[in-house]
Design a protein around this ligand. Structure first.
Ligand code: SAM
Length: 265
């Protein structure tokens, strides 16, 4: 398919891509928006080609851009050349990236996860902040975790803010979602340790005896980990709080936990 040029801010493709800022539209289409060549490169490395590649008229030639165009074409996707004003409108930014892309969302079913393929996995209960979720996905990837499981009513991992905060790791780790009941049923066959994180726990996070693969459960930003999920853990741990702060930010606490669980992995 050849490249198509769009200059009108009211073009249907422009409106459809911009609408991906809305959860309702992402759910209806199963698609999401990613910004920048770095993200697109991460996706291509994971065998994921854009459904739509939007290239700014002023985008500089780059080997990765050539690859993105070739792989988009090969996968039957669409390439559109757009004005700077359209990039601003779609990204809702004054200083937009010169290449944007629309991808299909991918959730891995819980039953398809292979726990032994990674030393650590993360489950998040009712995470509400997209920046936290994106940072956790990025950190889980960096620490060598296999995936992130969203339990209960969580923020959308494919929101533009969450995806931005992943810095491309949204393509690198498995993302699953489950109701609390589904999660608890599945957890029963987890082959390693299940570790809850609670401020009222008495065990230090480094002293818990852990059998890999570990599954680390993190709680909601306000309410913490619910009693039901904490009760399903082999052990609940606390990261020491040495100053006046009574808790860590959720993403920071997850970072501390996953690095502790993957040490020497
Ligand atoms: N008021 C909440 C509570 O009492 O649990 C605070 C929630 S905290 C901001 C959000 C999540 O981060 C917690 O559920 C836990 O998973 C994790 N977390 C934060 N600080 C922690 C710490 N010192 N030890 C263990 N987990 C912590």
């Amino acid at each position: 398919m050849s490249e198509r040029e769009i200059t009108s801010l009211t073009n249907d493709t422009v409106k459809a891509v911009r609408a991906l800022h809305m959860r309702k539209e992402r759910e209806a289409t199963g698609r999401f928006l990613a910004e920048g060549l770095k993200f697109i490169g991460e996706a291509l490395d994971q065998g994921r080609a854009p459904k739509i590649l939007l290239v700014g008229q002023d985008a500089r030639p780059h080997p990765l851009l050539d690859r993105a165009k070739a792989e988009t074409r090969k996968a039957g996707g669409e390439i559109v050349v757009v004005t700077h004003a359209i990039l601003e409108k779609i990204s809702r930014r004054d200083n937009p990236q010169t290449v944007l892309a629309v991808f299909e969302q991918k959730y891995t079913p819980l039953d398809a996860l292979k726990p032994e393929t990674a030393p650590c996995w993360v489950a998040l209960e009712q995470v509400r902040d997209p920046g936290n979720l994106g940072t956790i996905i990025r950190t889980a990837d960096a620490a060598g975790c296999g995936g992130v499981i969203l339990v209960g009513d969580c923020v959308d991992p494919f929101s533009v803010e969450a995806v931005r905060a992943t810095m491309g790791s949204v393509f690198a780790v498995a993302i699953c979602k489950a109701t609390p009941a589904e999660f608890l049923a599945w957890r029963a066959s987890w082959p390693g340790s299940v570790i809850g994180t609670r401020l009222d726990a008495t065990s230090d996070h480094r002293s818990a005896r852990v059998v890999r693969p570990s599954l680390v459960l993190m709680g909601n930003e306000q309410a913490g980990l619910t009693d039901d999920l904490a009760a399903a853990c082999d052990v609940n741990v606390k990261i020491p709080m040495r100053g006046r702060a009574d808790s860590l930010n959720l993403a920071v606490a997850t970072g501390v936990m996953v690095y502790a669980m993957t040490e020497d992995a």
